[in-house]
Design a protein around this ligand. Sequence first.
Ligand code: FMN
Length: 184
Amino acid sequence: MARPSDVPIPQEPMSPYPINTEFCDIVCGFGRGSSELGIPTANVPIDQLPSIVEKLPLGVYFGFCRVAKVDSECTRVVKRKDGRSVDYNFGATLNNKDLETWPVVLSIGLNPFYHNKAKTVELHIMHKFSDDFYGAKVKFNILGFIRPELDYTTKEALIKDINTDIEIAKKTLNTPPYSEYSHL
Ligand SMILES: Cc1cc2nc3c(=O)[nH]c(=O)nc-3n(C[C@H](O)[C@H](O)[C@H](O)COP(=O)(O)O)c2cc1C
């Protein structure tokens, strides 16, 4: 299963990991994760993360995360960068299961396949949520690095690699001592 770009994962998190975040905002990205790739991601602003995150190599990471609702009287409609409108419901419709801790695979990068101009931090949370949750908050840890960010000639090759990343993250996070970092 190992790909040429895969970096060996140590038996336990090694410096600079674990990196622990505070709760940060879930904002909308370009929306292609769900619609084009079938792999939804929650985007978080990099300036709300510990400063070390800015210095990490671009690529794919793994850890655990937990989503929290934000008290809000209203929902808000926000125009996404592709012009489509998205509802910010601040997580109001999430159920108790959705609010548990879940394994996560993260992409920190410029998404060369899509020629993004700015670095994004996107979380693919390994749980089927009951609804979207733009405007909610997420807290997470980063426990290790899987591979550098790559460019692809086809969308299918990108999807295949992300699915491999998910499998590697899932397997690693299931083994102690990684599994012990799930208390957020
Ligand atoms: C685990 C994971 C790995 C990814 N790896 C790459 C990559 O190597 N190259 C790349 O161009 N994009 C990569 N992406 C980013 C996807 O291209 C991105 O999720 C997609 O552009 C959707 O972003 P959007 O929802 O902001 O539109 C990765 C995303 C995830 C979740």
